[in-house]
Design a binder for this molecule. Structure first.
Ligand code: GDP
Length: 425
């Protein structure tokens, strides 16, 4: 059985926590896209972690964790991440696809220089090198993990790449050129440290499928950050959709039977771009302070996240794009302070009210149509059974389920692993 765990929104929905839970009893957990630009927060019996590239099944000794070919592999960061995991758990299983591509220091440099050059027109990049990385991948000038272990080939590829990159550095940014031999030595040294994890993971997954294993495919960010279907150009540079999980992991698409789509009981987003249900000022400060495990601040950058109310058009669109077969709702506890819970029920664009999620230009003109539901005014952390929640909290969950049109099968009421409300089937 293959389950994709993906986001319905802009990312930070709580996929890490949900994957950490679902990994119990799963044989394999695969990350299929993205790199070190976003973090999945996990709080369990071993401590608090912000995983960036390692799949969130890593705390289960029996689960094999695979960094898939669709990922952007920052080896230096990965080594640090492995150290963090090693300090917490003795036994873990990690594999890296030998077809994954390597995010090089020049990708980070180009990302930083480009955001600075754009000034007011910037994308709000985390400056992790993701856009230059995927540009190189699809321009066919990237370096695959297997190529790190062929010295002559690697040298040749670095020289060819730097020819173009150095010309850009000089002409566009007035920056110093990079020296091929320095990069070569660095990549060779780093590659030695991860050699034992590198493998043909697609072949491994095909065997796992043949043997009837349970496999999780974990996405990064959410549907609205998908390159094609999201709020382009304020998106990420790889596909965040369950549909892409087959490609980014290397398995047949028809094997993905279950698509667990994660959404939060309110909205948060990082980076630039339209965000219709966004709130500002003291109202936003309060939600931001109460949100997440220690406020809504980026797991990678520490920057304050933009926040807003639950957004029905955006979440419905995200769930549909993902092909959600079930929903996980997180962060319900965060709303316990409100007398009334505002929800963005529809958008008004050019005088027309609709639940549809339009293209980016129209989205920029959309205004939220806000509905208010009664607040539950209680601290619900620690509640285990759905029937023990205040009626208003249950109604809020049912309201979301009905409007999105997908069954909520997991309900999270706190950042810790055990903070889950059991929902009867
Ligand atoms: P991911 O990238 O989708 O895994 O999400 P992040 O880890 O970036 O952000 C989710 C934030 O919400 C983290 O701070 C989590 O610890 C936190 N979180 C997850 N579930 C809950 C929940 O039910 N309640 C609260 N208060 N925080 C949660």
């Amino acid at each position: 059985m293959v389950t994709a765990i993906v986001g319905a929104n802009w990312g930070d929905e709580g996929k890490g926590k949900i994957t950490d839970i679902r990994a119990a009893g799963s044989d394999v957990a695969v990350r299929f896209q993205g790199g070190s630009n976003a973090g999945h927060t996990i709080i369990n019996e071993y401590g608090k972690f912000a995983l960036h590239q390692i799949p969130s099944g890593i705390f289960h000794a029996e689960t094999t964790n695979v960094i898939g070919n669709g990922c952007a592999l920052n080896i230096e960061f990965l080594i640090k991440e492995i150290e963090t995991v090693k300090a917490a758990v003795k036994d873990f299983k990690l594999m890296i696809s030998d077809r994954a591509q390597v995010l090089c220091p020049y990708h980070v440099l180009l990302d930083e220089l480009e955001e600075a050059r754009l000034g007011d027109r910037r994308f709000g990049s985390t400056k992790s090198g993701i856009a230059p990385f995927y540009s190189d991948k699809y321009a066919k000038t990237g370096i695959q993990v297997n190529e790190l272990y062929d010295g002559a080939l690697l040298r040749q590829k670095i020289e060819a790449s730097l020819e173009k990159i150095n010309a850009t550095l000089k002409a566009l940014y007035g920056a110093e050129p990079l020296v091929p031999s320095v990069l070569y030595e660095k990549l060779r040294r780093l590659s030695e440290e991860i050699e034992k994890y590198a493998a043909d993971t697609s072949a491994f997954l095909r065997r796992a499928l043949r043997d009837g294993k349970n496999i999780l495919l974990e996405g990064q960010l959410g549907a609205l950050k998908d390159t094609d279907h999201g709020i382009y150009p304020y998106v990420t540079s790889s596909s965040t959709l369950a549909g892409f999980a087959a490609v980014g992991a290397g398995i047949p698409p028809y094997e993905i039977k279950n698509i667990l789509t994660v959404t939060k009981a309110y909205s948060s987003a990082v980076g630039e771009g339209p965000f219709v249900s966004e709130i500002f000022g003291a109202e936003a400060d309060e939600l931001r302070r109460r949100g997440g495990d220690a406020g809504e601040y980026g797991a990678t950058t520490g920057r304050p996240r933009r926040v807003g109310w639950f957004d029905i058009p955006a979440t419905k669109y995200g769930a549909q794009l993902q092909g959600a077969t079930e929903l996980a709702l997180t962060g319900l506890d965060v709303l316990g302070y409100l007398d009334e819970i505002p929800v963005c029920a529809a958008y008004e664009t050019d005088g027309r009210v609709s639940e549809d999620f339009p293209n980016t230009a129209a989205l920029g003109r959309a205004k939220p149509v806000v509905e208010k539901l009664p607040g539950f005014k209680a601290d619900i952390r620690g509640v285990r059974r759905f029937s023990d929640l205040p009626r208003e909290a249950r109604d809020y969950v049912k309201f979301i389920e009905e409007r999105i049109g997908v069954k909520i099968t997991m309900l999270s009421n706190g950042p810790k692993r055990h903070e889950m409300v059991e929902i009867q089937a």
